[in-house]
Design a protein. Sequence first.
Lengths: 288, 429
Amino acid sequence: MHILIYGIINSFALALMAIGFTLVYGISRLPNFAHGALYVVTGFLVWSFLHLLKVHYILAILLSLVIMAMVGAMIYRFILIRVRGMATSEIIASYALGLAILEALRWGGFKGMTYTLPVFIEGSINISGIPVDLQRIIVIGIGIIVVTFMWLFTHYNKIGLALRGMAQDEHAAIMLGIDSDWMAVIAMSLGSILAGLSSIVLLPLGNIVVEAGYNVLILSIAVCIVGGLGSWVGAVLAAFMIGFVQIITVAYIQSHFHMVVALLAIIITLIVKPSGLFGKQKELEERV
Amino acid sequence: MNRKHLWKWACVLFLLIGLMSIPFLGLDVAEAQKPIVLGAPLSTAFLYGWDSERAIKLAVEEINAKGGVTVGKEKRPFKVEVMDTRDLEPGVPVSDALLVVEKLILEKEADFIVGGPVRSEAALAAMDLLSKYKKVSILSTGVLTPLYHKRVGDEYEKFKYCFRITGEVVWMVTGEFIPCLMDIKAKYGLNKLFIMVQDVAHARAGGDIVEKMAKERGWEVLGKEVYPTGTTDYSVGLIKAKKDNAQVILIWMDMPETSILLKQWYDMKVPALPFGTIISAAEQPGFWKATEGKGEYCLASVVNAGNAPSKATPWTMRFVEAYQKRWGLEPEGYGTSTSYMTPYVLKDAIERAGSLKSDDVVTALEKTDMMGVYGRIKFNPKNHQIIPSIDPNEGAVGTIFQWQAGKRITVFPPKIAMGEIKLPPWMKK
């Protein structure tokens, strides 16, 4: 039973971390390697609003998400737009930006283990005799809300449909009057909000440390590669696969191999099915 | 030449001699004021780096305020040059730390190396560099490996410039952790142990030694989990510990995510006492606030006394208060009190040696015998490791404290204990 419960929690945590990354790539074909840095920045932003400016927790969260949306848009308008279409340069530029952000945080004094965010609701419950704290239940709840929202947004909203159009065929979408750069700005903003949201939900479980940025990036890349780069449905499924395998590994093999699972998943996917589970566009390219 | 001319020439000559001696006088003045440079290679973004930096600076400020160090007949101040080695950061090669040590020696003209490097691999590699430049080094933070003083013992002539003023892992396990576990066993009748360690060399080795020794002393070891660095979920391991009726969870981890482990332990109400042998997250005074009190009852070792309040020696609380006044919080991690003592020990050795020459200072350091913040400070003259003890009058004492009602209460060794180990309410039947 504990494998089922904590497997679901772990899977939603992974899905939350990765969905922003895959959204940006799926729509603008931009691999946003600053994703982990944005995750950490949001944590420190909320912390600063809470402890330095003494803002209410909910307001601190909302303000941080608004700032993250603006940061995402600016990253595209001022940096990534200049290297758009040059895959290697996109990776280098976004990764360098992520590194710069993380190092700047450290330089700015955000180091140590005492930066934390309060949990949304204190306490724990027992599910079939397995104790689970309420913050982890909230992770599941917000995970479901985000996945549902993403589905509704990309199926019933004009902007969402335009984003899907961009993801399917950029040239065709441009011919139909969709502004490619504007969509990329929206995608980057939305991706940054999702990175921030995952940070706000997950960081109360532990503490805010700069190093978390690298781990989040690695896990997001693993989920996206297994799910198929650019497919958010694939990302959710991959998050469940990796999430459950991680928990089963800890329960029946050794906790030692916990992180290996994600990295092994990348290698196996790249060997067996490079396009990932749902990377249909890439699959077609591979066939051609 | 008449007498008038003679006087004139004599005055000119005196004037010239006077003028020519001014630069030399100036040099003499400058020489008297020339500071003794302490080069500190530290991983400043991490607890074991910045606590050391703060402690060294505090000691140097105190020493300089009292007139500095007497070298022969002159008084000279200390000057600290700190450089970031980044050696505690994942992926940073050892060679980077070595470059920093070399830079401190060549560019900053450090007379002595103090503090780090912090990670064992970097410190071991730096030994050859210190030997090459004949620079006396006193290691005061990080580096728990017994290999460090073993190398000094094995190749004394080569590595005689290397001293370590902080604890090492063999003593910590045999002299502190196991006796503390035995105290818990005797007092509360607990004998079921579950081990959780981080997947790094020192933690794996430490976990193995504790497992072996605990078994030999009547503890039942129910399991051992090894977690990769950065693990953010410990639920499965904690459920295993709970299911197997573990009574003590021994933790050996230096990653920040250990606070997640303790939060989960609290939320799941696991009926086992968390014993952090190395648990960096719980060492810091800010831990209570960071975990909103969920880390209560956690035991943590801070390696040396003085890193948490205690009355090990008359100097201990003076240091705790001075640190608090200077930096706004209590001493933070396990390299704090040792790093604070380093400039004092050097001052004592330099003054006895009457010179800054490395060989003279080495000889003087080998004869060091002073009461410090964490007990009597003496180096083993054969391997330059500080001599440990559980009695502050005999040697350097360690500290194991427990978080109780928001405070770090020293509970081991008994001679310096400020309170007793308590069990969480959900462990009491």
